[in-house]
Design a binder for this molecule. Structure first.
Ligand SMILES: [Zn+2]
Length: 399
């Protein structure tokens, strides 16, 4: 049946009520006392008290049952290859599994695990454009995958970056995973990328797998990429004094990953707190990798940083949502009018020692996910991967 272009589509109006705790994702104000959210056509229209929100004409009503509503989580560092398959651990369905860990947006740091990855310039450009197209058209469970991140190689010229940008490429894969490993060349190419609106990330630390190599603080500072990728190593971290130097000297984003050195991740967090620049900290998994795939990786980072890093859980959530959205220029990540209606509903896991969801995270437990919504559409109900949430939201139909 073909849609009639003359006939205006009726609005979809989703009302989420009975929110017990609204985690905004915004570092400036991580908790909001609102209990109701209205989303129209996939975008947040209003956030407030139920009595103040016009639920008239709702097409879907969700009773949050007193659970916490947070923005969908963003994984700032993934390595997708093709569809929902990764050759790294020969696993199928990994992206869908992350949805059940609350991840609604993924950022590729390069499709570097592609078997036979081309290293010649026309080949790497073609692969990036292909990945950008393929992943923007393929969204398991609704997850948005920003991919098509070429890894720079010697021989690229300014025109190549102009071509890539014109073809829709918006970011580079990790600088340092290709032949360019010197600060001078990296800086020149990162500069060309930036000139054409392409964001850059640099690999930091020791080699991840055979074939990659050490990128130390001098190369990171010289390259001046937009994101200091896995500042806590992936897995092998730089010495502490180099991490401290990067936090103090650079003003670029500090990405902490699950598949890195956890102690170095906590050092980075401590430095960011001391320097008053928590807004620079973003979270990723750096997966699939040698360590496998981590469907709950972002939740685990939130619990790790909150419990061992002494960070309020509502602030830890911001590192995986609003901070990443700001640095990556995304429309999701904060619960406020105008943003994507993309949410994860959380509650304390059954039998957690924490009395509330925030306390349970601060004690190091993972929260349970009861529902994930992307662009105003329910993607999953009770997660198959988290420990079971104590309470679970329910689609209750029309008011
Ligand atoms: Zn890396």
């Amino acid at each position: 049946m073909s849609a009639d272009p003359e006939k205006p589509k009726s609005d979809t109006r989703v009302v989420i009520r009975n929110i017990g705790l609204l985690l905004t994702g915004d570092l400036k104000s991580p908790i909001n006392d609102a209990d109701t959210v209205l989303a129209v056509n996939g975008k947040i229209r209003a956030v407030g008290k139920e009595k103040d929100i016009d639920a008239e004409g709702a097409t879907t009503v969700i009773d949050a049952k007193g659970t916490a509503l947070a923005p969908g989580l963003i994984d700032s560092h993934v390595h997708p290859v093709a569809g929902d398959w990764t050759p790294r651990q020969n696993q199928i369905g990994w992206i869908d599994s992350y949805l059940h860990g609350g991840v609604t947006t993924m950022i590729s740091a390069g499709e570097v695990h592609t078997p036979g990855r081309p290293r010649d310039i026309v080949g790497l450009k073609a692969m990036a454009i292909f990945a950008q197209r393929a992943f923007s058209a393929f969204r398991p469970g609704g997850i948005k995958i920003h991919a098509g991140a070429p890894v720079i190689e010697h021989g690229m010229v300014e025109e190549d970056f102009k071509d890539l940008a014109a073809a829709g490429v918006t970011m580079l894969g990790e600088v340092g995973l290709g032949s360019v490993k010197d600060g001078r060349t990296a800086r020149e190419m990162v500069g060309w990328a930036r000139k054409y609106g392409i964001q850059s990330t640099i690999h930091t630390g020791g080699p991840s797998i055979p074939g990659s190599s050490l990128i130390d603080k001098d190369i990171v500072l010289a390259a001046d990429a937009d994101v200091i990728g896995h500042i806590n190593g992936g897995h092998t971290a730089l010495p502490d004094d180099q991490i401290v130097c990067l936090c103090e000297t650079s003003s670029r984003a500090l990405e902490i990953v699950h598949n890195g050195n956890e102690r170095a991740g906590l050092l980075t967090l401590r430095m960011a707190k001391e320097l008053g620049c928590l807004d620079r900290v973003i979270l990723g998994t750096d997966s699939p990798a040698g360590s496998g795939v981590q469907p709950l990786g972002i939740l685990r980072m939130i619990a790790l940083l909150s419990s061992l890093g002494d960070l309020p859980a509502e602030v830890a959530v911001c590192l995986a949502t609003g901070n990443t959205a700001r640095i990556r220029a995304l429309d999701c990540g904060i619960v406020e009018a105008g943003r994507d209606a993309t949410f994860v509903f959380l509650d304390r896991a059954q039998h957690s020692a924490g009395k509330t969801v925030l306390e349970s995270i601060q004690l190091g437990d993972l929260p349970g996910i009861g529902m994930v919504m992307i662009d105003g559409i329910v993607s999953t109900q009770r997660s198959r991967n988290t420990p079971p949430a104590t309470r679970v939201p329910e689609v209750v139909g029309l008011p």
